[in-house]
Design a protein around this ligand. Structure first.
Ligand code: ADP
Ligand code: MG
Length: 455
């Protein structure tokens, strides 16, 4: 098989899997060689290899065979680390600004909140942590028999809940422009309901909300504790479910865990499909950064981001995607203002505050918990008066970690450990420092505990 064949197969795959999947998963594959029915590809990371094999393996083999290559299996080798700058510039030249923006002539259902045209499935980067939520959202957007009703998406701030909801709305409208798709936040739902009450138009309100084909309510936790709104929500909800209309709800945690949400609503929500968006992992963050960079370069901006900068950001900014995007946006602005390449140094300088805020703060409580698990002693004993070696040593290790891994002062640490004097903490810190040189076990314990606390 030649590179030409692979080139043609790639084009086929692009049509089949869509631009976004293509850019994320197929384009990075480099055909290395092909013999004995095995096509070998170089991939930037083993994750990409695993993912591609699992999700697109069959299709790749199929298209390769169709193109005349004798292939019945594909294998992946990890190549050198991903490089960002030069390659991005190439791909950007061929991709439109928003590869995925839905046609702009789709008019929003008048009562819906406006949808952000950037939030589509095409611009949503899929990785392990959001794989399931993405698949469920797609399925729902494709319509057909309603099997996941309601779909409940939950996860922490900035993990893509709103993005997926908008994506569902766009996709559903593209597929069927007649559909009445109503997207709004739980907060807006409440305000509109309250306004309807005030205007003595609750009937109009009920009619409207019960006449939609797809109802999406974002951040449902907002109506927790707001009783009459919950009541109305519940009735709207039931009326739509009875009519087999699709409902999609998001929340910041699982239905059962939202305090102040009525039991009957919780149990209704749990009867559908409940999927969560997990915190991002490194691969996903890197994928998102690369996608955002592509989008930016596609606008015609010239910008050089040095190798390793995106990797650095993906590694350091772990809190949420919104912060990650904010960091990148600032780099874009900086680059265009000063017209300089973004090197690692520049990035570190320019993003110092964000990076500082992203440093994970380790707490004394966490340290106590880990130490107690590690040595199999009770936290109460770490805090208590016992002075036997099996308790005293772990307690000293915990104090040492508290001193070296948090900003807490010696007196504060003493206080947290059962009201001990700060001199006891000084002694513990000194002792463990010494022991790390003389006692292999303690040295290993400290390394392991540190690593587990930092992860
Ligand atoms: P949430 O509603 O869960 O708080 P959002 O959907 O508002 O989070 O996402 C925050 C930002 O991060 C948005 O700009 C969104 O486009 C972006 N984002 C989150 N997840 C992804 C993803 N998987 N791919 C691309 N962008 C993402
Ligand atoms: Mg949101």
């Amino acid at each position: 098989m030649t590179q030409d064949t692979w080139g043609r197969v790639r084009d086929e795959l692009k049509k089949e899997v869509g631009k976004n999947n293509y850019l994320t998963w197929i384009e990075p594959l480099k055909l290395a060689d092909c013999d004995n029915g095995v096509a070998r590809f170089e991939v930037p990371t083993s994750f990409v290899g695993t993912w591609v094999k699992r999700n697109f393996g069959d299709r790749i083999v199929h298209h390769l065979s169709a193109a005349g290559a004798r292939v019945d299996r594909i294998e992946f080798d990890v190549s050198a680390p991903v490089t960002a700058a030069p390659k991005r510039a190439d791909t950007a030249a061929t991709s439109p600004a928003h590869p995925s923006s839905p046609a702009s002539d789709i008019t929003a259902f008048e009562n819906s909140s406006p949808l952000d045209s950037r939030l589509t499935f095409n611009s949503f980067v899929v990785g392990k942590p959001n794989e399931l939520a993405h698949a469920a959202a797609r399925r729902v957007a494709e319509g057909g028999p309603v099997s996941f009703n309601p779909l409940f998406l939950y996860g922490g701030v900035g993990l893509g809940k709103t993005h997926l909801m908008h994506a569902i709305a766009w996709e559903a409208r593209v597929r069927n422009p007649e559909l009445k798709v109503l997207y709004l936040s739980a907060e807006q739902f409440m305000y509109r309901f309250v306004k309807a009450l005030r205007d003595r138009n609750t009937l109009g309100f009920k009619d409207l909300y019960r006449s939609v084909d797809i109802l999406m309510v974002d951040d449902v936790q907002f109506i927790a504790g707001k009783d009459s709104t919950q009541d109305e929500f519940f009735h709207t909800f039931n009326a739509l479910i009875d009519q087999k209309k699709q409902i999609i709800i998001s929340g910041d945690r699982a239905p059962g865990e939202i305090d102040g949400l009525e039991e009957r609503i919780k149990s209704r929500l749990q009867r559908g499909l409940v999927v969560d968006l997990h915190p991002t992992d490194y691969e996903l963050r890197l994928g998102i950064l690369q996608q955002k960079l592509d989008e930016h370069l596609a606008t015609g901006e010239s910008l050089v981001i040095a190798d390793g900068v995106l990797e650095f950001l993906a590694h350091r900014i772990t809190s949420n995607v919104r912060v990650l995007e904010g960091a990148l946006t600032r780099l874009f602005a900086f680059g265009s203002l000063v017209g300089r390449d973004i090197t690692l140094d520049v990035a570190q300088d320019c993003l110092a505050d964000i990076l500082r805020a992203s440093e994970r703060k380790i707490t004394v409580d966490e340290i106590m918990r880990k130490v107690s698990e590690h040595y199999n002693v009770r936290i109460a004993d770490l805090l208590g008066p016992k002075r036997t070696r099996t308790i005293a040593r772990p307690r000293q290790v915990a104090m040492y970690l508290a001193k070296t891994m948090t900003q807490r002062s010696l007196p504060e640490i003493g206080r947290r450990f059962g009201g001990r004097d700060h001199t006891t903490v000084i002694h513990a810190v000194r002792k463990i420092k010494e022991l790390q040189d003389s006692d292999q076990r303690i040295a290993e314990d400290v390394v392991l505990l540190r690593r587990s606390l930092e992860s």
